[in-house]
Design a protein around this ligand. Structure first.
Ligand code: DAT
Ligand code: MG
Length: 143
């Protein structure tokens, strides 16, 4: 999910490009204003943390772009493409390393495990919003 800072900073295209160029397949995409309820559910694991309130306010402060990407190893590789949580520690070449300077403005959320991805996909998308399609490039991307 491209967070409000990514949208405000006109990085939507750049961020999508990185996942597309890597070889992943886009199967869901929408721009949306996030309700407080959805933001709180999404970050439920962090609800006891001191930054929870500010994080929720941030996520609902401007539109986000929610995405579902598919392909071999996508969950763990996407985390590498995204980089460390704090952009200060994120390697150059990652999204957060290239575009961020502050942990509270780290541009993008990525699911941290397959089970988390499943939970988050069902939280953010309805079934009709997910498109199963066969990319013609697939044999050139996955053996
Ligand atoms: P990630 O987004 O890399 O999975 P996380 O799940 O630990 O990181 O935290 C969720 C978000 O909460 C993170 O992207 C930014 C914010 N956050 C995490 N730790 C924070 C902290 N110590 N201070 C402020 N915001 C923090
Ligand atoms: Mg996380």
């Amino acid at each position: 999910m491209i967070k409000p800072d990514g949208v405000q900073r006109n990085l939507v295209g750049e961020i999508i490009r990185r996942f597309e160029s890597k070889g992943y397949t886009l199967v869901g995409l929408k721009m949306m204003s996030v309700s407080r309820e959805l933001a709180e559910k999404h970050y439920d694991v962090h609800k006891e943390r001191p930054f929870f309130g500010g994080l929720v306010e941030f996520i609902i402060s401007a539109p986000v772009v929610a995405m579902v990407w598919e392909g071999e190893g996508v969950v763990s590789t996407a985390r590498k493409i995204i980089g460390a949580t704090n952009p200060i520690n994120a390697e150059l070449g990652t999204i957060r390393g290239d575009y961020g300077i502050s942990i509270g403005r780290n541009l993008i959320h990525g699911s941290d495990a397959i089970e988390t991805a499943q939970r988050e996909i069902s939280l953010w998308f309805s079934e009709e919003e997910l498109i199963a399609w066969e990319p013609t490039l697939k044999p050139w991307l996955e053996e």
